[in-house]
Structures are given as structure tokens and as C-alpha cells.
Design a protein around this ligand. Structure first.
Ligand SMILES: Cc1cc2nc3c(=O)[nH]c(=O)nc-3n(C[C@H](O)[C@H](O)[C@H](O)COP(=O)(O)OP(=O)(O)OC[C@H]3O[C@@H](n4cnc5c(N)ncnc54)[C@H](O)[C@@H]3O)c2cc1C
Length: 362
């Protein structure tokens, strides 16, 4: 049986970064995935992902975000487009309160702006608007391919098209079985995305997988140059320029819970279509009502919408990232680095209690 220093199970958004960081430290690594690189069956596809620093979800992400900005730029400075992001919502909304709290706590550059200066967003009367110039977007598939290519350059091996059927600790190693063979390693990093629950069934992780929709619309001109995140009484919507005069749009709130991500429908959903069309008609005056394209993707949610990145309880050899809750991609390099630190017993400079498994222990 081939033996490695470290195996990464799942080489999607987070696993590709973990594999790169492990291989860069000189570890003999293997990446395993059921699907080929940058596939469209999990949570890391659809052209692009927003990256933001003044994090409304939780200010404790900011040090990890700063590290991610550094690591994306070090990986390839062409990956991160700093287009800025426009936020709008009621003053006491999750987004406005959260962005301002993060900015205050970490001294970040966020401007309170007049919505009238951004007429391409029709923001309801009385809403607060903010602009964060350091935000932008990442080309999701290219980022994964770059991490995997750099991991291979550093000596990592990959097996794609192999489904992991079981893993277990045996003595002082971890054995991983796929439908094609068995491997062993000193350490295992599990980055299973929507399949995390079944890959760690013994833990009973509090995860809900929901199917989400992505939509591409045609713009009338080039007025949409930055990203946006808008909170309305009935939902949170976001989007960003997608090249060739297109705008990519999605609803961050809502989502249809599913049980079997391998066999979930990939069709459009009339209810989601109607909500997005209504958002376009009311709030994006420069976007045509013609939808160009649709895609679907999975959020894997925890009860508090924060990630779980931790050691497997009772194990010194197994670490995992799960429940990335629809906002994890931007943090992939810092999480990949953190997972390798945890897996190799190295110190991490980050306070990760807010993304520990322990917080759900009660
Ligand atoms: C519509 C949508 C929009 C989003 N927008 C943003 C955004 O703007 N900004 C942002 O930061 N984040 C965003 N996210 C979230 C982000 O994309 C995800 O959190 C992140 O990409 C998840 O990465 P992952 O590695 O956990 O999962 P994945 O990339 O899905 O990787 C999991 C991998 O594990 C493999 N795997 C699972 N089980 C097995 C098995 N048994 N055997 C072999 N392989 C296995 C899968 O094949 C897969 O490749 C969005 C997500 C979606 C769905």
C-alpha cells in the first residue's frame, strides 16, 4: 500500500489549497477526488467568488482574510481583481451592522456613501450604503487549477475519479480506501464539501446542504464595475461583473435543503427565478430582463453559518474543514495553510475558537 506523509480527501476549493500548502512544505502528499479538477458538481464552480475584508459574518475572520489576500497575491497576482463592493441595507441589517463592526474593530477602509452616487442600484429610501474599495472577486476554477498545478510542481500526487469509500486510523497511520485502491498516510485532511457529513458520519456534524442558484444577466452598458451585496426585507442578494457585459447574480439567503448532493436536480427553480427577476426589475435599472445562463451549486450550512475547521475529536492525525456556509472560497488559502498547521502539529497565529467544533458541543 502506498504511504504518504499527508492525504487530502477532496481537492475542491479548500482541499486544493491544503494540498498546495502541504506539498510546499516538502511533505509527500496525495490528493484524492471523485471528480476531475475544477468540476461543477460541488460548491466551487460558476466562474467567480466575491472576496471582502470588512466581514459582516464575524469580525474574527478578518485576520484569516488578511492572510488570504496575501496568499492569493503570492500564488498569482492576476487572480484577485480588486473591483470594490457596494453594500446597502437598513441601518440595523446584518450586512450594514456587520460590515461597520468589522471595519471598526480592525481599522478597515469602508466608506459610508450616498446611494444617489450609485444610481445603477435602486436602493430603497432610507437604506444605508457603504463602499469597500479593497473587495473584489476571484476566478474560482482558475484558482483551484492554480493551487493544484503548484501542488503538483511541488511533488504532490493526485488521483481523480476515485471515490473514497472509507477511512480509519490504524496504529500510527490513517488508511484511506477508494473504489480503486487503498492508501495510508501519517495524516489525513478531509475537505469534503457537501459530502462532509457522510465522510465523518460518526461525528453527527450539524450540517444542512442546500441547493443554490446562480444567474447571469446581460447589462445594458458597462455601468456595473464593482460587486454588490444588498439586504432587503425579504432576502440578501449579491452580484458582480462577469465580463462581456454580463452580471452574475444570486440570492445568499434562502435555499432548498437536499439529502443527496450526488443526485440533486441541477434544473432552474421557478420560485428562485421569480425572486431574482423581481430583484433585477426593482433594484438593477441597468440590467436587461433576459437571463443568459443558470447554474446550481451547494451551500453546506452550520447552525451559526460559521465554518468548522478543526482536528477530528480524539485524533491527532485527522483534521477537517466543513460547513463553509456559502462564504468559504475567499478564505481557501488561509484555511489550507491552517489545516496543514493543525495536521502537522505546527503553531497557528490565528484564534480559531469561533470556527471550532467545540462550540457545538453543548
Ligand atoms: C452559489 C454559490 C456562491 C458562492 N459565493 C461565494 C462567494 O462569493 N465568496 C466566497 O468566498 N464563497 C462563496 N461560496 C462558498 C464557497 O464557494 C464554498 O464555501 C467553497 O468553495 C467550498 O469548498 P469545499 O472545498 O468545502 O467544497 P468543494 O469545492 O465542493 O470540494 C469538496 C470536494 O470533495 C470531493 N469529495 C467529496 N466526497 C468525496 C468522496 N467520497 N471521494 C472523493 N472525493 C470526494 C468532491 O468531489 C469535491 O471536489 C459560494 C458557494 C456557492 C454554492
Amino acid at each position: 500500500m502506498a504511504h504518504y506523509d499527508l492525504i487530502v480527501l477532496g481537492t475542491g476549493g479548500i482541499g486544493s489549497a491544503a494540498l498546495f500548502h502541504a506539498a510546499s512544505r516538502g511533505l509527500k502528499c496525495l490528493g484524492l477526488d471523485r471528480f476531475p479538477p475544477a468540476h461543477d458538481r460541488g460548491s466551487s464552480h460558476g466562474e467567480s467568488r466575491l472576496i471582502r475584508l470588512s466581514y459582516f459574518e464575524h469580525p474574527d475572520y478578518v485576520p484569516l482574510l488578511r492572510r488570504s489576500y496575501e496568499l492569493w497575491d503570492a500564488l498569482d497576482p492576476a487572480l484577485l481583481t480588486r473591483s470594490g463592493i457596494f453594500y446597502a441595507g437598513p441601518t440595523d441589517s446584518e450586512i450594514i451592522r456587520g460590515v461597520l463592526a468589522s471595519a471598526r474593530e480592525h481599522g478597515l477602509g469602508v466608506d459610508i456613501v450616498d446611494p444617489a452616487d450609485f444610481p445603477h442600484y435602486a436602493v430603497p429610501e432610507g437604506h444605508t450604503a457603504l463602499f469597500e474599495a479593497d473587495a473584489g472577486w476571484l476566478p474560482v476554477e482558475t484558482c483551484i487549477l492554480t493551487h493544484l498545478a503548484r501542488a503538483a510542481d511541488a511533488g504532490a500526487e493526485h488521483r481523480w475519479g476515485e471515490s473514497v469509500t472509507a477511512w480509519q486510523e490504524v496504529g500510527d497511520s490513517v488508511q484511506v480506501s477508494t473504489d480503486a485502491g487503498d492508501y495510508s498516510a501519517d495524516a489525513l485532511v478531509i475537505c469534503g464539501g457537501a459530502w462532509s457529513g457522510e465522510l465523518m458520519a460518526g461525528l453527527g456534524l450539524p450540517l444542512t446542504v442546500t441547493r443554490k442558484h446562480l444567474h447571469w444577466f446581460q447589462c445594458e452598458d458597462d455601468r456595473y464595475q464593482s460587486g454588490f451585496f444588498i439586504e432587503l426585507p425579504h432576502g440578501q442578494f449579491y452580484g458582480f461583473p462577469a465580463g462581456d457585459g454580463r452580471l452574475k447574480l444570486a440570492e445568499h439567503s434562502s435555499g432548498e435543503p437536499i439529502c443527496d448532493p450526488l443526485n440533486a436536480s441541477r434544473d432552474q427553480d421557478p420560485e428562485d427565478d421569480a425572486r431574482i427577476e423581481d430583484f433585477v426589475a426593482r433594484h438593477l435599472p441597468g440590467v436587461s430582463s433576459t437571463r443568459l445562463e443558470h447554474g446550481s451549486c451547494f451551500y453546506t450550512m452550520t447552525p451559526d453559518s460559521d465554518f468548522i475547521v478543526d482536528r477530528y475529536p480524539g485524533s491527532e492525525r485527522v483534521t477537517f474543514a466543513a460547513g463553509l456556509s456559502g462564504h468559504g472560497f475567499k478564505l481557501a488559502p488561509a484555511l489550507g495553510e491552517l489545516l496543514v498547521d493543525l495536521a502537522t502539529g505546527s503553531d497557528t497565529p490565528f484564534d480559531t475558537r469561533f470556527i471550532s467544533l467545540e462550540r457545538f458541543a453543548a
